[in-house]
Design a protein around this ligand. Structure first.
Ligand code: 8ZB
Length: 481
């Protein structure tokens, strides 16, 4: 049967659920009723959506790190150490769990106990089960989100939501295309419809769960319209299953005008598409990710990247900012480095939080450009799906109408090629099959030609590669010295 953006039938969901909970022994400890009761017992300060809503009303930008280690006690120590330097907490899930390889996660847990250090790159929440996860939630006084990268997150969602986590990151596109190679898109979208339906069921019991599609995708020169299209589609899919609190994300590209315009257009387009689809009873917020591409190894240089992203997040009025660390180039950060990234971010945000940007036609023009691009692509998506966004998304990826640059998934077309213009804004060098209007394509082309002339070389794949490495080498635009 073709995938549709339709609420999963209750009976089908319940049957599927019985199977999901058998995926690993800890599944048998999950009780939806107990989960609802436990969630109702949480104080307001530990509810992700409440903290987001308050920040949105106050016009503040919240800080959130990424963090996760193998063992419960160490994970609690880590989050306790970070808690006083941030507003929202994460639990980053390890790579075995993301791939549903719970046996190997179990080995990682045992070896970490022996080694007395984490040998997993995150917290294996499924293996620790409801009781283990509750210990984490109970030890903290701020809301905790599950952050991962899992194409099939059904069991992870069941366990963590029953344990008092109040936010869940991901989506059927954004946790497949940049993360997996061979998972069919239809399958990951269907599995995420299950996660969203589970959240819908919590919502129906009066439990608000925040849902955040993963905005940055491949994190490498992603034009804003590409990630916006995916974010809006995943928002629509989540709303249909009953999610009511959506945070749309965007990864910093580096050019100030483009980054501010991206957050503004994301908010406005989200509202436009969600209300056009008939949803009105939802909360929408935004998240700005500090630079997701390659980082400088030099820690002082890394701080500079972190702080520029922090300032931009605040100037763009994002509801929260996801913070990088000075260890980004080398791997999972120590807890000290993680906290240092938060402290640097806080200083930069605090220095610009009371400042307003002057009106700028440049920003307004960029907002309009992104909106036109998104509308052109999404109207084709709806057309391909004969009005259904889920069916349209599958066909759009097949046809290259939706195309994520530098993503590993086989279901991605991979013809869209971005390049920076002379000001560092990400432009479209080769649109592949993405249906951008002719005048928009000409505009991108003209901006790229301008840079090529400046650098006295033709725009080429070499220029793209130079751009990919530029920030880690100390610049935004990959121009020859
Ligand atoms: C898509 C997200 C990638 C980012 C960070 C990476 C990178 C991954 C952990 C982590 C702290 C972890 N990341 N796993 N940061 N603790 N267990 O997510 O460094 O910035």
């Amino acid at each position: 049967m073709e995938l549709r953006n339709k609420r999963i039938d209750d009976k089908i969901f319940d049957e599927e659920r019985a199977g999901v909970l058998q995926g690993w022994p800890t599944g048998k400890d999950v009780s939806f009723e107990q989960g609802v009761r436990y969630q109702h017992g949480l104080p307001e300060a530990k509810r992700f959506s409440s903290v987001l809503l308050n920040a949105k009303r106050a016009g503040r930008t919240l800080f959130q790190p990424r963090a996760g280690v193998a063992l419960i006690k160490e994970h609690i120590n880590l989050l306790t150490y970070l808690e006083s330097a941030c507003d929202l907490l994460p639990t980053t899930i390890d790579a075995y769990t993301r791939l549903n390889r719970y046996e190997e996660a179990a080995v990682g847990i045992r070896k970490s106990e022996v080694a007395k250090t984490s040998l997993l790159n995150g917290f294996p929440a499924v293996n620790h089960g409801v009781n283990g996860c509750k210990q984490v939630v109970e030890a903290l006084s701020k809301p905790v989100q599950v952050r991962h990268g899992t194409p099939d997150a059904r069991l992870l969602a069941e366990i963590t939501l029953a344990s008092g986590f109040t936010a869940f990151e991901g989506g059927g596109i954004s946790y497949n295309v940049p993360y997996a190679k061979k998972v069919p898109l239809e399958r990951s979208i269907r599995h995420w419809q299950y996660c969203d339906r589970l959240i819908g069921r919590y919502e129906e019991e009066g439990v608000r769960i925040n849902r955040e599609p993963f905005g940055p995708l491949s994190g490498t020169l992603v034009p804003p319209f590409v990630s916006h299209c995916v974010a809006i589609i995943e928002g629509l899919l989540a709303l249909e299953q009953g999610a009511r609190c959506i945070t749309l994300g965007y990864g910093q590209a580096g050019n100030m005008v483009q980054d501010i315009a991206a957050i503004r257009s994301l908010k406005e387009l989200g509202e436009e598409y969600f209300s056009a689809a008939g949803y009105d009873n939802y909360e929408l917020s935004t998240v700005f990710h500090q630079w997701m591409g390659g980082f400088p190894e030099n820690e002082s240089m890394a701080y500079s990247v972190i702080c520029w992203g922090a300032a931009l997040a605040s100037l763009a009025d994002a509801t929260k900012v996801i913070v990088k660390t000075p260890h980004e180039a080398s791997g999972v950060p120590t807890k000290e480095a993680n906290r240092q990234g938060l402290e640097a971010t806080k200083q930069a945000v605090n220095m610009v939080r009371d400042q307003q940007l002057a009106n700028s036609t440049e920003i307004d023009n960029e907002v309009e450009l992104i909106k036109r691009e998104v509308r052109a692509v999404l109207s084709k998506v709806f057309e391909l799906g004969r009005g259904d966004v889920a069916a349209g998304t599958i066909r759009a990826f097949e046809a290259g109408v939706l195309d994520v640059p530098f993503a590993p998934a086989a279901c991605n077309f991979g013809k869209l090629l971005p390049i920076r213009d002379r000001y560092g804004a990400v432009r479209v060098f080769n649109a592949g099959n993405v249906p951008l209007p002719d005048d928009v394509l000409c505009y991108h082309r003209a901006r790229i030609d301008e840079r090529a002339k400046e650098e006295k070389r033709a725009a080429s794949f070499k220029m793209v590669v130079d751009d990919i490495y530029a920030i880690s080498k100390g610049r935004l635009v990959g121009s020859p010295e």
